[in-house]
Ligand binder design. Structure first.
Ligand code: PEP
Ligand code: MN
Length: 274
């Protein structure tokens, strides 16, 4: 691949770049981000934070600006939502991640969030990438549903070239002819991204499958494909969620899954060291 000098591994021995955010590491061990699709109330995010922290998640997620297909759908709580997310992150000592959809919001969200998320729909919003690149804030760059691997890596290159080396990639499923699942998890892309780049690579099994019952098999497959971590949507009452109700685990389901994630990740890492 051409013109990707900042993103590509110089050779196959170059280690994965490690990012440390507060006490949480990406690219070392296995890292789990969890939380609701959207922050809906102070109580909802606080309850979720307490449960996902107890289950072993390291980073708390929550959308406050939601890129929704319909303009009539819940658009997120905005600034108020970010205050709730921040309070929950502080209380349970978890770094927080939230999506930035508008270039004009970068300056103030950088002050509140520990990680900025670039969503699939904004992966090629080049002015947003450059604006985020001017900060040193860690950024989770999701792959667009229609992007090739090369396009995804070029988007990462934009951020690095603008001066921000702290990029984490996230595969979240691509659009194919298959419509039973919301998207098709491109497990090959995880292996390819790991081989080609030195950036940590995460997988989001929630948006990939679009169904709660697929989160476990997709999450465990991602570990075996070499992912550095996962981002999973968790809600105290998924059926009542204001966005993505079909693809969120409840608190108990998440705790059970975390045990399997830990065992699978330990197994995978034990195979690597043999
Ligand atoms: C999200 O993670 O909240 C989200 C909107 O995901 P994506 O951009 O992958 O659709
Ligand atoms: Mn969602």
């Amino acid at each position: 691949m051409k013109n990707l000098e900042l993103v590509l591994r110089k050779n196959k021995y170059q280690a994965t770049t490690e990012l440390t955010i507060k006490d949480v590491h990406f690219g070392r061990g296995f890292t789990v981000i969890a939380g609701p699709c959207s922050v809906e109330s102070q109580d909802q995010i606080r309850q979720t934070a307490a449960a996902v922290k107890a289950a072993g998640a390291q980073v708390l997620r929550g959308g406050v600006y939601k890129p929704r297909t319909s303009p009539y759908a819940f658009q997120g709580l905005g600034k108020e939502g970010l205050q709730y997310l921040q309070a929950a992150g502080d209380e349970f000592a978890m770094p927080i991640i939230t999506e930035v959809v508008d270039t004009r919001d970068v300056e103030w969200i950088v002050e509140c969030a520990d990680i900025l998320q670039v969503g699939a729909r904004n992966m090629q919003n080049f002015s947003l990438l450059v604006e985020i690149g001017k900060t040193k804030k860690p950024v989770l760059l999701k792959r667009a549903m229609n992007a090739t691997i090369a396009e995804w890596l070029n988007a990462a290159e934009y951020i690095l070239k603008a001066g921000n080396p702290n990029v984490i990639l996230c595969e979240r499923g691509i659009r194919t002819h298959e419509n039973y699942t919301r998207n098709t998890l491109d497990i090959s892309a995880v292996a390819v991204a790991k081989q080609l780049t030195h950036l940590p690579v995460l997988v989001d099994p929630s948006h990939a499958g679009g169904r709660a019952e697929l989160i476990e098999p997709l999450a465990l497959s991602a570990i075996m494909a070499g992912a550095d971590g996962l981002m999973i949507e968790v809600h105290p009452e998924p059926s009542q969620a204001l966005s993505d109700a079909q693809q969120q685990l409840n608190l108990e389901q998440f705790a059970e899954l975390m045990q399997k994630i830990e065992k699978t990740s330990d197994f995978y890492r034990s195979q690597l060291s043999q």
